[in-house]
Design a protein around this ligand. Structure first.
Ligand code: C2E
Ligand code: CA
Ligand code: CA
Length: 724
């Protein structure tokens, strides 16, 4: 952009020519309506005071002799009453503007006051409009103008009051009109009072160059009032103030009864400049505030990337709808939409392409669900609340459009549907729709899944697990079971693996498959693993105190543990507290845990190793980066995954592979353990190829600690002499 263009843009923004968003407009409008509350209140007090002062019968000259007292009062207090009515009407209007509910009192007051605004100018017939002398011309014109503005103001308030609910946008326009008319009346009033004072014949005799302009302050006050309390666009402030000052200056200079002195003129112009500057700076300040506020409001409600609602705002809107129509929930259906395999596009074509697709998909969502509430929940997840049962047709439509969008990419649409209960939180409803959606995640042929009774049972169980983890730890519903690890050469016990079990009073025995992945998903796994550390150390201390034999125990760790807690610190604390030899604790980390942030994991593992803990690589061979893992980390033992043994009998290659792995490990100076040994053939083969440790049902399943110890005591497990 050229400098000239930029300069013009800057100036046009400075002068307020830049178009404001509707949010900024209504922000400024609200600020103006609020200011008019203070303005009108002050005017009311002033006018009341003037009316009381002017109608004090003790000081009114000729009160007793006056033939028509009403006329006299009107003459003395008429303009103030007019202004009083105007200000009261504005005050009531402004207060009721901010009330969301329609209060009857406000309604009536608005009607009465707007009627007065319309009717009061009828008294104009009483006023003698005189266009003959310099002084009376100005007085008559301002009076006429004020009397014209007032009914318009009344009409605007009346329309607004009667049609408030139907107008919406015009509601703002009308309130702007009320404020503009109020400002007009104020300015005209200032001119009228200021001028009539200047031209007051009472001062004439004082001195030919009477140098006091007492009531000019009224004019100035009114302009400050209008220009600084209300916010105008800068160019309007400039036009408004300059024209009103020029008119007034011309009137003063044109009046022949008295001289308008040069210093007065200079003061006067200085004043104009100051007020204009203040008015502009107030505008700029307010607009900056409004824009900032708008941004915050936008972020609170919308997702910036795709320009859809965010989840919180969607929930708020749903609750609002239920509040207005308490049966809304019964019509509503929550759809949780997931683009399965979306990560592929990010991985293969980059995040920018991924974003583009999300934006396009959001457009499609808006097309298909025209009148429904749509939000982006996170990533490639969307939520739609549809207020009828015709969602299947729309889901199919969406699926067709998605296929057009993604072309040959393997991205699938998955939708979970949930019908909410009365008073159910929209967040829970979304969770349930999401849960239904998750069930078909790995079923390419299924497009949608509707949350039913069976899913409900499963969902409740999962919720229960998530919500009761702390309770379970506190009440020892969670314990470690111990599975023996033996030397391959003599099958003597050389250790055990601690495997978590949850024995629940309500659901009974829960296996790790039910809670470990769930706790990982919900980033709670560290609580469980910390509890297992405590359990293992505490039980080991008890055994040692009672002179029962102990063997090294391997404890399982998830990748997330290293993010969510200080593994090393917790281990050290318990080792110290229960006075346990570090050699008795092995740390098992699965291969998949080591992908991702390699340098961080390496640092943590190295530090644990330096502290004296043995690090065991779990599930070796189950992932696809095994060999890299061996290159990047140093392990004491690798645990060969049990999947290798699953077709030991039938697949000849298995033996070669196992043999090679053991040889590779030997080369690297790493010890080996094979998991899932179930037959004597497997056990013998593994011993022959040099795998040192074995674990599997052949030697024992995971046992409750008591049973495990009993087996040791009864010599069913022979503890090896060589356990460390
Ligand atoms: P894992 O660490 O690979 O544990 C071995 C699993 O294989 C155990 O299942 C064990 O019971 C089972 N298993 C042992 N020998 C045999 C066998 O000969 N044949 C067969 N078919 N299976 C055998 P479990 O106890 O259900 O644990 C499942 C997984 O849950 C564990 O796999 C581990 O990844 C995780 N896990 C268990 N306890 C914990 C824990 O305390 N913390 C963490 N983070 N994960 C745990
Ligand atoms: Ca393990
Ligand atoms: Ca394993």
């Amino acid at each position: 952009m050229s400098y000239i263009k930029r300069f013009f843009l800057f100036i046009s923004d400075l002068l307020g020519f830049k178009k404001n968003s509707s949010y900024v407009k209504s922000y400024i409008n609200d600020a103006n309506v609020k200011s008019s509350i203070y303005m009108s209140f002050i005017v009311i007090v002033l006018e009341l005071w003037m009316i009381i002062r002017n109608t004090n019968t003790y000081i009114i000259p000729g009160w007793a002799a006056a033939p028509n007292k009403f006329d006299l009062i009107y003459k003395l207090a008429g303009p103030y009453v007019l202004f009083l009515i105007c200000a009261t009407a504005v005050l009531v209007f402004a207060i009721s503007y901010f009330k969301k509910k329609n209060y009857k009192g406000f309604f009536i007051a608005n009607i009465v006051l707007s009627a007065l605004c319309i009717l009061y100018p009828l008294l104009l017939v009483k006023e003698k409009l005189d266009f003959n002398t310099e002084k009376t011309i100005v007085n008559s014109i301002t009076t006429l103008l004020i009397y014209c503005s007032l009914p318009l103001l009344g009409a605007a308030i009346l329309t607004n009051t009667l049609y408030k609910n139907k107008l919406n946008k015009n509601h703002t326009v009308l309130s702007m009109l009320v404020i503009i008319l109020f400002a007009t009346v104020c300015l005209l009033f200032g001119v009228k009072v200021g001028y009539s004072d200047f031209a007051n014949p009472l001062y004439k005799g004082d001195s030919p160059n009477f140098d006091r302009l007492k009531m000019i302050t009224c004019f100035l006050t009114m302009t400050i009032f209008v220009a600084c309390l209300l916010i105008w666009k800068p160019y309007i402030s400039i036009i408004l103030l300059t024209s009103i000052f020029v008119i007034f200056l011309r009137l003063l200079k044109g009046y022949h009864g008295r001289e308008f002195l040069e210093p007065d003129e200079i003061n006067y112009i200085t004043f104009l400049i100051s007020i204009t500057m203040v008015a502009i700076s107030i505008y700029q300040q307010r607009v900056a505030e409004a824009r900032k506020d708008e941004k915050l409001m936008y972020d609170a409600k919308y997702d910036r990337l795709v320009n859809l609602y965010n989840q919180d705002y969607l929930c708020e809107l749903y609750e609002e709808k239920c509040h207005i129509d308490s049966s809304f929930y019964s019509k509503a259906n929550f759809l949780f939409i997931n683009l399965s395999q979306f990560r592929m596009i990010n991985d293969q074509r980059g995040v920018d392409e991924g974003d583009k697709l999300l934006i396009k998909f959001s457009e499609v969502l808006k097309e298909v669900f025209t009148n429904d509430l749509i939000a982006r929940q996170a990533d490639d997840h969307f939520v739609v609340i549809i207020d009828n049962e015709a969602y299947l047709e729309k889901i199919n439509q969406l699926n067709d459009k998605l296929k057009e969008l993604v072309g040959n990419l393997f991205i699938l649409l998955k939708v979970g549907v949930y019908k909410p209960q009365e008073n159910e939180s929209p967040y829970t409803a979304i969770d349930k729709a999401r849960y239904a959606c998750g069930i078909i995640k790995r079923k390419p042929e299924e497009l949608y899944s509707i949350y039913g009774d069976n899913i409900d049972k499963e969902f409740k169980k999962k919720q229960y697990i998530i919500n009761n983890l702390d309770e379970a730890i506190k009440n020892d519903w969670i314990q470690a079971y111990y599975q023996p690890v033996v030397w391959s050469v003599n099958k003597e016990l050389c250790g055990a693996e601690a495997l978590a079990r949850w024995i629940d009073p309500e659901y009974g025995f829960l296996s790790p498959a039910e809670f470990i992945p769930l706790l990982e998903e919900n980033r709670l796994i560290h609580k469980l693993d910390a509890a297992i550390i405590v359990y293992v150390c505490k039980k080991m201390r008890e055994a040692m105190d009672n002179n029962r034999p102990v063997v090294p125990i391997s404890i399982n760790f998830s990748r997330l543990d290293f993010e969510l807690m200080d593994v090393e610190k917790i281990l050290e604390e318990n080792i110290t507290k229960y006075n346990i030899d570090k050699k008795l604790i092995h740390i098992e980390i699965t291969e998949s845990a080591l992908s991702g942030n390699v340098s961080l994991m390496r640092e943590k593992i190295l530090s644990l190793k330096n502290k004296g803990y043995a690090i065991w690589l779990d599930d070796f061979g189950s992932g696809y980066s095994s060999l890299n893992v061996l290159k990047d980390f140093t392990f004491d033992v690798i645990k060969i995954d049990m999947t290798f043994l699953s077709n030991f009998e039938t697949n000849e290659k298995t033996k070669d592979i196992l043999d090679s792995i053991i040889q590779l490990a030997n080369k690297l100076g790493v010890k080996t353990l094979t998991e899932g040994v179930e037959t004597i053939e497997e056990s013998e083969f593994l011993k022959d190829i040099g795998c040192q440790r074995l674990q599997g049902y052949l030697f024992g399943k995971p046992f409750k600690l008591d049973d495990f110890e009993e087996k040791i005591e009864k010599k069913q497990f022979i503890v090896s002499e060589n356990i460390l």
